[in-house]
Ligand binder design. Structure first.
Ligand code: BTN
Length: 276
């Protein structure tokens, strides 16, 4: 294995291929519990920024999603990947990386399929109001800066209707279902890497201003009425902007402006059907 220490912990030693693609180290597994979990171990082994862990499947078809949910995807039908990042930014700006990744995925899907993909804050990618991709970022900090950030991405590429969870038939989709034909996962991966490299560089140089500009171009939520679900409470208003912290700025019914952070809430509205 060139240029880096061999990963040594637990699942990293399962059979895998080590590839180089567009300058990135890629560890490709057949089945692991979660690409985020293995990417974390690979990061702890010293993997450089940009290293990608991919798997054809996550155990029992289920990886980890946000808010302790699961990410369901039959083997070989989705793009299941996690990227190791080592950005020199302060902790409070880490959520911006999730937003940046959402920009990259939305643009990747548009370029590869021509489908009108858009971002539903914080990190869902929708086509026609249905979720086609979810993003799960996890990080480890010391002294106010991240040691590493893992960005996990699950894209429904070639899922057919019966592959979608029964309770999400109305709220989920795949690239194949939208396009009416199979889509090459390798093509999606290559486009993702190229688009990521371009936007990550732009973000490191241009910060929040760069991110906000590109996020606004790709979002489908600003200007819409949203319902913020917070523990047992819910509150409605109009989404009007994103903040430096990667939060959603909402004008509430009483006219007050409030920032909501992704860790604390889930969001839904009639327009989006449900909490996808
Ligand atoms: C969400 O809940 O919307 C986020 C889903 C993130 C799923 C991806 S699949 C690849 C990576 N590994 C995981 O275990 N989760 C993320």
């Amino acid at each position: 294995m060139a240029n880096m220490q061999m990963p040594i912990h637990g699942e990293t030693s399962l059979p895998h291929k080590h590839l180089k693609l567009l300058g990135k180290d890629i560890y490709l597994y057949r089945e692991i519990s979660s690409t985020n979990t293995v990417a974390r171990l690979v990061a702890l082994s010293g993997a450089p920024e940009g290293t990608i862990v991919m798997s054809k499947s996550q155990t029992a078809g289920k990886g980890r999603g946000r808010m302790n949910r699961q990410w369901v995807c039959p083997p070989g039908k989705g793009l299941l990947m996690s990227m190791v990042l080592r950005p020199e930014i302060r902790v409070q700006f880490v959520p911006q990386l999730t937003l940046l990744c959402a920009v990259v995925v939305a643009e990747t899907i548009k370029k590869v399929t021509g489908c009108a993909a858009g971002i539903k804050w914080p990190n869902d990618i929708l086509i026609g109001g249905k979720k086609v991709c979810g993003i799960l970022a996890e990080s480890n900090f010391s002294n106010g800066s991240p040691e590493y950030v893992i960005i996990g991405i699950g894209i429904n590429v070639n899922l057919d209707q019966p592959d979608l969870p029964a309770d999400r038939l109305d709220t989920s989709t795949s690239l194949k279902l939208e396009l009416g034909q199979r889509v090459s996962r390798l093509t999606v991966l290559k486009q993702f890497i190229c688009t990521w490299d371009q936007h990550y560089q732009g973000f490191l140089e241009g910060g929040q201003g760069y991110l906000r500009h590109h996020w606004i171009q790709n979002n489908v939520i600003l200007g819409r009425n949203v319902t913020i679900n917070k523990e047992n409470d819910s509150i409605s208003g109009q989404a009007i902007d994103i903040s430096e912290n990667g939060g959603l700025i909402v004008r509430l019914a009483d006219g007050n402006i409030q920032e909501f952070l992704a860790e604390d809430i889930s969001i839904g509205s009639n327009y989006f059907g449900s909490n996808t």
